[in-house]
Ligand binder design. Structure first.
Ligand code: GRF
Length: 191
């Protein structure tokens, strides 16, 4: 089951998927390609693992170009691992139920347009939340609104900064994204 991974940044979640595949923890899942919407260190990780990677520049037509690439590599499903652009148009229906996104909060709280990275953790702290975490959900035509596949929770400590909270959630994200990828690969492979 070919997996296309979309990234925009450092790629620690991509690395968790790469390491899981090497350890046989992605079931029938195999990372067939990595696409970034900008130059990113994540592509260095793909290269080091011998996985084809490319940049599809953010901007008009991005989603259609990614749909074309996904079909070219016969991707069974798509994982957004720290991908900052919003997918829209035909890809949402063509890959309906087969696109998953990772978000660093307990959706539906602290999601939506403009809610990414440090902003999310800042908002959680400003709201005085006692817990936070990460969510893996299916992508629909909205932003962070699709059905939730799984969540992992962490406590918010009185001494937390946005960075310390982000770090604690990152650890859970690396577990959650592997669990979700294996789940999707098994589920789609058995259809
Ligand atoms: C993750 O925290 C993810 O939830 C968010 O972007 C970050 C990407 O981290 N959408 P990395 O590039 O995988 O290290």
């Amino acid at each position: 089951m070919n997996i296309l991974v979309l990234v925009s940044g450092t790629g620690t979640n991509l690395q968790a998927l790469i390491d899981a595949e090497k350890a046989g923890r992605l079931g029938p899942g195999r990372i067939a390609g990595v696409i970034s919407d900008r130059p990113a260190y994540a592509l260095e990780r793909a290269k080091a693992a011998g996985i084809p990677g490319l940049v599809e520049k953010a901007g008009s037509g991005l989603s259609d170009r990614i749909l074309h690439d996904a079909r070219e590599m016969d991707a069974g499903f798509i994982i957004l691992a720290g991908f900052l652009s919003i997918l829209e148009g035909e890809i949402i229906s063509a890959y309906g139920g087969r696109i998953v996104n990772l978000h660093p909060s307990l959706l539906p709280k602290f999601g939506g347009a403009g809610m990414y990275g440090e902003r999310v953790h800042r908002a959680v702290l400003d709201a005085g939340e006692k817990e936070s975490g990460c969510t893996v959900h299916l992508v629909d035509a909205g932003t962070d609104t699709g059905p939730i596949l799984l969540q992992r929770k962490v406590p918010v400590l009185p001494t937390d900064t946005a960075d310390s909270l982000a770090e604690r959630i990152h650890t859970e994200e690396h577990i959650a994204i592997v669990e979700a990828a294996a789940l999707m690969a098994e589920r789609l492979n058995s259809k």
